[in-house]
Write a protein that binds this ligand. Sequence first.
Ligand SMILES: Cc1c2[nH]c(c1CCC(=O)O)Cc1[nH]c(c(CCC(=O)O)c1C)Cc1[nH]c(c(CCC(=O)O)c1C)Cc1[nH]c(c(C)c1CCC(=O)O)C2
Length: 348
Amino acid sequence: MFDAPQTARKKLLRSLAGEAMDVPPVWLMRQAGRYLPEYRATRAQAGDFLSLCYNPELAAEVTLQPIRRYGFDAAILFADILLIPQALGADLWFETGEGPRLSTITGPEGLKPLKGKDDIHEHLAPVYETVRILSRELPQETTLIGFAGAPWTVATYMIAGRGTPDQAPAHALREGDKATFEALIDLLTEATIEYLDMQVQAGAEVVKIFDSWAGSLKGEAFDRYALEPAKRITAELKRRHKDLPVIAFPREAGEKYVGFAKAVGADGLAIDTKIDPVWAAENLQPDGCVQGNLDPKHMVTGGEALVAETRRIVDALKGGPHIFNLGHGITPDADPENVHLLLETIRG
Ligand SMILES: Cc1c2[nH]c(c1CCC(=O)O)Cc1[nH]c(c(CCC(=O)O)c1C)Cc1[nH]c(c(CCC(=O)O)c1C)Cc1[nH]c(c(C)c1CCC(=O)O)C2
């Protein structure tokens, strides 16, 4: 575990512990990415995106690049939510300009080739090594965030074999073959616990659970397949690592955001761009730290609109614990200069 007096000084950990600050800590989703020329150069050196994820020296290098350039308060491990399916035995590749492709799961036979929750570590060992390098090399004020995809979001890719606008194949399996669907969610929940546990053992100080497609689950299905797995993962990680801060991101959950952090046991709740920060201050911040939620389009367009919207978010959330971030990942067409403008606006 980490040493309390030193971590107590890290701004991100103070926010997650519930402290309101004049200047919130800030980092950006996808801060290591294609909008940075140094990222594109290192990815070219690695060969392709997946080779970069499995090369600890180069993955650590791209994680550090935005920290050197901008001095963010947190670094997020460079990896991907789809490494777990690959570690479990699914095929995974990336089609240039299109996105991920995987083998599909359409029924019980789709589960047969998958490995058990404890058989993922050899495949994921390079990721743990990246975390170890980062925990040595990051500046001491920078918090290291580990992460995984939430079971539902990862399952949507494993079932469809690709990203889908409405997650229809996953909903079809959930409704048509509940046993197979629930066995997959269970396997992913348990494998995610082991994966994040290893990241924490290697030096991750916070973990974030990305449920990018949580918004397509409604009513009871949301509680069962978004909330319950996040709760199981959080409870077990906190049992193994007392005081480990957890950030949940049930993207586009809308009104289901209310009470989510408390029910899950998460310390931080990441909000998407559809959430009004004034509403979040009233309805979400009483339960703990809120992270978000500038629209990533401002990182492309910049100017007065970026400044005004950033100020509006900071002002709305300054009465409670807040981590400044975007509402979703920064896009490849973002202008790196706009990140300087953002940081000047927040930090003065
Ligand atoms: C759904 C999802 C994925 N991956 C992730 C999510 C959840 C968050 C979200 O909703 O965006 C999470 C993720 N992906 C990546 C990180 C690294 C850390 C960081 O935020 O800087 C993280 C935390 C790197 C990446 N993951 C990916 C890239 C781009 C790859 C490249 O360099 O070509 C990066 C930097 C590729 C990826 N990975 C994924 C897709 C759909 C794609 C293709 C889309 C795209 O190209 O942006 C799956």
